[in-house]
Write a protein that binds this ligand. Structure first.
Ligand code: BGC
Length: 663
């Protein structure tokens, strides 16, 4: 719909609305109870006092509530929201895992499939992508984002927005996207979920804002205001970020929804004296729609009417752009697309591409002619743990276990659950699905107890074995790093994840993922990230008065950008000139495989602010046949003349070096 037409219709509706009807548009309620709608929800819809729901999905349920809304005086449809985070029914790897694929086109495809499935089930709005930079793996929600890096996070934020919304979010297979959690939520002190954040202007602008800006530039229609206290002003009442930066500086004209009861929580923060104060402060800061708590409605008469009108305008504008006036109902026959074969194929591919080979001491890939194989470990027979947190309407029974997937792939091999009578072993260890994600922070990020003992037994047997690590966060696993014969990081790989694990273990797929977040040696190193500042006394292990620990090196266990292949690659011929870098990459091994070529820069000294020792500015994942060589070009974004140092490598450590000046 043309912009002018949208604004005309918004103005027209606004002119007809009573205060109650306006406040109704600002209310989002949770309809999660399965089965029938509560009589209250239906009643509110009929009166035009329900703007949106979360968790109501399934074409029949959606349509029933929508019919009630269309009986209201002004017939404004309800907007149906749901957390479609890494798939609706076909579950893809958790977002952190998908980030490890370094494959924005792949992330766009999986978001598009998630949108198509969700839309078929009547959902019109997803609360994704989560674009919070996270540098503390104790925080369970590290699983939901793209990891520690500003550039990778920004590229994936944009790709996911495009995947969900497409060129036009009103298309029947698209949904509205929501950039969350605005802002700084990932910097929770101590990694404890919901905790206070204190972020300087420099770090806010340099680290936390850019992925949101990338989402805005990609056309994201909605934002969610976060739970965290940001520099003394909770994010859900933070006028400077919600109105000053988002609307003022960036020109965003979509809608902002609060996080779940985050308006009411302003009282707990001590920022609002009572419910009325909370409603006034959130609305006036720029939160348009209130999720679950009902303070806008309860205190509607005390709200500034111009602010109410502006919030309603944004809600209606987004509803019009979402096409729900033209097409309010879900197609009750469309759900047949769920879990269709091409979607499952994409899930298997994206899972294989997300996996990171951390160690391989001559063990992988396993031969398919093995006579016997032991499949061991706490997670070898799990389905739900492969799906991870936020599984939409995904079902554990849709997924194979890793044992089942290996049995499918190895029809002639005898699979056992005991090491004694097996020639080799796969040991599946890591975290269960419920210890990462929301409200799932941990102070100890090692392997859960007992699991290491099992790996050690496999190790002591002297037989070849591979450890498969299932996890929603970076883990501190120094023993595995030092000893494991092979270590494959599989994340929480989704519905087809077990088959993807088998593909990689048996060499039908070649691992090519790279870490989107540093793995610490110990929780005491947290936060550890590659784009740190140099400090006045840079790390020198041999010199006492430098920035370091006495008992651990400063380097992580595995650096950002790291990951092995079954093949090997060589970079050469780096050329760098004003903002353009090119390099040759050659597959020097005996198998076809993928390499992710990464370009980092270090900006010039002497500016107004210090800069990180390295910052990622470009990457490309390429597939090369044995012996194949390709020249890759990268365009950089220098913000000063320089001189700029350039590092081109296959992780954030080492690589070819060059420099350029920017004219
Ligand atoms: C989470 C959001 C989520 C919302 C709705 C909140 O607890 O922080 O990320 O979108 O619930 O389910």
């Amino acid at each position: 719909m043309p912009k002018a037409e949208v604004e005309r219709r918004v103005q027209d509706l606004l002119g007809k609305m009573t205060l109650e009807e306006k406040l109704g548009q600002l209310q989002q309620l949770d309809g999660s109870a399965a089965g029938d709608h509560s009589p209250e929800l239906l009643e509110l819809a009929r009166k035009g006092r329900l703007g949106s729901t979360l968790n109501v999905r399934g074409a029949k349920r959606v349509n029933e509530l929508q019919r009630a809304a269309l009986q209201s005086r002004l017939k404004i449809p309800v907007l149906f929201a749901f957390d479609v985070i890494h798939g609706y029914r076909t579950i893809f790897p958790i977002p952190l895992g998908e980030a490890a694929a370094w494959d924005p086109a792949g992330a766009e495809r999986t978001a598009a499939i998630a949108a198509a499935e969700a839309a078929a089930a009547g959902v019109r709005w997803t609360f994704a992508p989560m674009v919070d930079i996270a540098r503390d793996p104790r925080w369970g929600r590290v699983a939901e984002g793209a990891g520690e890096d500003v550039h990778l996070g920004s590229v994936l934020a944009a790709a996911r927005v495009r995947g969900f919304q497409g060129a036009d979010p009103s298309a029947p297979d698209k949904v509205l996207a929501c950039a969350k959690h605005w802002v700084g939520y990932g910097a929770a002190e101590g990694g404890r979920d919901y905790n206070t954040t204190d972020i300087s202007e420099e770090r806010l602008r340099g680290v936390y804002l850019p992925p949101f800006k990338a989402a805005v530039d990609a056309g994201v229609e909605t934002f969610m205001s976060a739970f965290n206290d940001l520099n003394g002003v909770p994010s859900s009442a933070n006028r400077r970020t919600l109105t000053g930066i988002l609307r003022g500086e960036w020109g965003f004209d979509g809608l902002v929804v609060s996080d779940y009861t985050s308006v009411a929580e302003l009282v707990n923060h001590g920022y609002a004296a009572d419910g009325g104060d909370a409603a006034r402060k959130a609305l006036s800061a720029g939160v348009d729609m209130e999720m679950v708590s009902r303070l806008y409605n309860e205190h509607g008469k005390t709200l500034a009417s111009a602010e109410v009108d502006e919030a309603v305008r944004r809600v209606l504008r987004v509803k019009l752009r979402a096409g729900i006036f033209e097409r309010p109902f879900a197609d009750e026959k469309a759900e047949t697309v769920l879990l269709s074969a091409p979607f499952r194929d994409e899930a298997r591919l994206s899972a294989a591409r997300s996996m990171v080979l951390l160690e391989n001491r001559g063990v992988l890939p396993f031969s398919k002619d093995m006579e016997s194989l032991a499949v061991l470990g706490a997670l070898a027979d799990s389905r739900a743990d492969l799906l991870g947190s936020w599984t939409g309407d995904g079902r554990a029974q849709d997924a194979a276990t890793i044992r089942e997937a290996l049995r499918e792939a190895l029809p002639k091999t005898r699979l056992t659950d005991s090491l004694d009578d097996a020639a080799a072993a796969v040991v599946v260890v890591g975290e269960t699905f419920d210890v990462s994600g929301e409200a799932a922070s941990r102070s100890d990020i090692g392997l859960p107890s007992g699991q290491l003992e099992l790996v050690r037994r496999a190790h002591e047997s002297g037989k070849p074995y591979a450890v498969v690590l299932i996890t929603g966060r970076p883990l501190a696993v120094p023993w595995l790093a030092e000893n494991a014969r092979a270590l494959l990081l599989a994340w929480q790989p989704g519905t087809e994840g077990a088959r993807a694990v088998a593909d990689i273990l048996l060499g039908d797929a070649v691992p090519g993922g790279k870490l989107p977040a540093s793995f610490p040696r110990s929780v005491g190193q947290v936060p550890v990230y590659y784009a740190h500042k140099n400090s006045g006394r840079p790390y020198d292990a041999a010199s006492k008065y430098t920035t370091k620990y006495l008992d651990l090196p400063n380097t992580p266990l595995y650096p950002f950008g790291y990951g092995l292949s079954y093949s090997s690659f060589e970079l050469s011929g780096l050329a760098a000139s004003d903002a353009a870098v090119s390099v040759d990459v050659k597959n020097t091994g005996a198998r076809a495989g993928d390499e992710v070529v990464q370009v980092y820069v270090r900006g010039p000294a002497g500016g107004a602010l210090t800069r990180p020792v390295r910052e990622l500015q470009g990457f490309q994942r390429v597939t090369l046949a044995p012996g194949e060589k390709r020249r890759l070009d990268f365009a950089l974004r220098p913000d000063a003349p320089g001189p700029w140092q350039v590092f081109v490598g296959t992780s954030s450590v080492g690589g070819l070096t060059g420099s350029f000046v920017h004219k």
